[in-house]
Design a protein. Structure first.
Length: 202
């Protein structure tokens, strides 16, 4: 059984520390688990390409570099929508990538994405249960992995998708189910391609 999406990871984050690779059996359990999420989120209007997501999410938020984040309170969803639209349109420039890497590090430390951040004062909100933020950040990470092939982005997306999947198992349906379906399908395709390149069968 794939154990990383069994409990509510929004409530009880997974540390992933000292996780042993369990070989082919683990990959089979992983694939089976993810395919269950695909079935749960499938619809007649499935999304097939990143370009179909362009401007689905709208925001007036605009930021040019990491320094600007230090100077203002950040509503995470607004920032992530801006970042997503930016990376869908083109390979991210250094300024955008630096912002994404900043939040990637923050997530990897806590396994939480908070509703707001005040980077300058090193404060965040207490709330971290807005699933939309995990969905948006997973999309961002998958798209950057597509550009860079840097495994840290795929690795972070896998953890985000564990959180998303664990929540879908509880609530069954989400207002962004089509996008979750797209995320999980893309993740599996990327894992299969990576596995094939390393002579591993998934």
């Amino acid at each position: 059984m794939y154990k990383y999406d069994e409990k509510d990871l929004l409530e009880i984050p997974e540390s992933y520390q000292r996780s042993n690779f369990e070989g082919q059996k683990f990959l089979s359990y992983y694939t089976k688990s993810r395919n269950e999420i695909i079935l749960m989120t499938s619809s007649s209007k499935n999304i097939n390409k990143f370009s179909e997501l362009e401007n689905i999410f709208e925001t007036k938020f605009l930021i040019k570099n990491k320094n600007e984040i230090i100077e203002k309170d950040i509503v995470t969803k607004e920032l992530f929508i801006f970042l997503l639209n930016s990376v869908i349109k083109s390979n991210p420039v250094n300024e955008i990538k630096e912002i994404i890497d900043l939040f990637l590090k923050k997530f990897e430390i806590s396994k939480k994405i908070f509703t707001t951040y005040d980077i300058g004062k090193k404060k965040t909100s207490e709330m971290h249960d807005e699933l939309d933020n995990y969905i948006l950040f997973s999309l961002i990470c998958l798209k950057i992995y597509e550009y860079t092939k840097n495994l840290k982005y795929l690795n972070t997306s896998l953890k985000l998708n564990d959180i998303i999947s664990s929540n879908i198992r509880i609530i069954k349906k989400h207002n962004l189910s089509q996008i979750i379906n797209f995320i999980i399908k893309n993740e599996i395709e990327m894992i299969k391609k990576l596995s094939k390149e390393n002579d591993v069968v998934v």
